[in-house]
Design a protein around this ligand. Structure first.
Ligand SMILES: Nc1ncnc2c1ncn2[C@@H]1O[C@H](COP(=O)(O)OP(=O)(O)OP(=O)(O)O)[C@@H](O)[C@H]1O
Ligand code: NI
Length: 327
């Protein structure tokens, strides 16, 4: 039975989409091996089945709860995950497999991480210099100061060291670094964390500037509202899985999120009445059978508890993992 009308793109349109593809992640998993109680070995299934596609000049938000494995996801894509973790799955960058060797070459050049922690800068080097070292061309102090102005930083910040800057300023310096670099893909981990309402909007505007520069931006966040403001596509992450990828256009046209977990997140927003559900995620030590959201889902049936739903494609880059979505 067809739940959705598939968008039938022409061959030419499909080729254009494929050529514009920046990063493709399929079936990504990350498992941590650690010692549990009494020196027993324990496995944490932090990422179980993650999928994502991002094109040049596109912002994709990955939305998930705190502690759900979002930062580890960024690390897994970059190949900087902890030593006690095993990563499996397929990652392609510009339609070619991202091998370990290629990753090393691209990391920090083509692919740049904006870290969640604001203490990631060199504590002893002037911030301006740290931005300047990322510029391949036009690497003059003046050019850096111009970028500082673009992101709302005083040009005098050039000569300061990181400890003289507030958390909000550091987040702006990170954006300046991304703008100064020639990176095509920026992975921003919780860029709005700890900012007040006004500064969040300013940060989202700056993320749009990166997009205008034709960069692809993956914004990792727990803030659905921020994601909805800035992203072209939203990937919802639950229990280590992509449960939904939705195009902003669908939401703009008045369409709803399709997965019950995403709907629950949406209903919990202040403007939608703060409707809470028990959204405790399955523990990472649990081996899941059935749908990861079945225990919390108001629509769950017997089938959901025993059979794992696959990601259904709705169009070339929208998908949902639910037997009953849209019904
Ligand atoms: N090196 C590690 N060894 C063992 N467990 C780890 C390691 N790194 C992270 N974890 C655990 O994996 C889970 C996911 O961590 P991660 O930092 O990716 O979550 P997150 O979604 O980014 O959280 P936050 O919203 O706090 O940023 C957490 O429960 C964390 O304690
Ligand atoms: Ni994190």
């Amino acid at each position: 039975m067809h739940v959705y009308e598939l968008n039938h793109e022409t061959q030419e349109e499909l080729e254009k989409i494929q050529n514009n593809l920046l990063l493709e992640v399929k079936n990504l998993s990350l498992t941590i091996e650690r010692f549990g109680k009494g020196w027993t070995r324990e496995r944490l299934y932090v990422i179980r089945d993650f999928h994502l596609k991002i094109h040049h000049g596109e912002v994709v938000a990955i939305v998930g709860a705190s502690g759900s494995g979002k930062s580890l996801l960024a690390d897994a894509i970059l190949g900087i995950h902890p030593k006690n973790s095993i990563v499996d799955g397929m990652i392609k960058y510009e339609n070619e497999l991202l091998t370990e060797k290629r990753r090393k070459r691209l990391r920090g050049n083509d692919i740049l991480l904006i870290p969640q922690m604001t203490n990631a800068l060199d504590p002893l080097m002037k911030v301006g210099k740290q931005v300047k070292t990322l510029m391949k061309q036009n690497n003059h102090q003046k050019a850096v100061k111009q970028i500082f102005q673009k992101v709302g930083l005083d040009p005098d910040v050039y000569d300061q060291i990181p400890s003289a800057c507030s958390g909000g300023m550091i987040r702006k310096i990170f954006i300046a670094m991304a703008l100064a670099s020639e990176a095509k893909l920026i992975i921003a981990d919780e860029p709005t964390n700890g900012l007040d309402y006004e500064s969040i909007d300013e940060m989202l505007f700056q993320i749009k500037m990166l997009e205008k520069d034709n960069k692809g931006v993956i914004m990792i966040t727990h803030d659905l509202e921020a994601a909805m403001k800035v992203a072209d596509k939203i990937a919802v992450f639950y229990a280590g899985e992509t449960v939904e990828v939705v195009d902003k256009k669908h939401l703009k046209k008045g369409g709803k999120f399709r997965h019950p977990y995403s709907r629950a997140l949406w209903n919990a927003l202040p403007q939608n009445g703060f409707i809470a559900i028990d959204s405790t995620q399955p523990s990472a030590t649990e081996k899941l059978t059935g749908c990861s959201f079945a225990k919390q889902c108001p629509k769950a049936t017997k089938k959901c508890k025993i059979e794992k739903p696959l990601l259904k494609e709705i169009s070339h880059d929208e998908m949902v993992r639910c037997f009953y979505a849209g019904m």
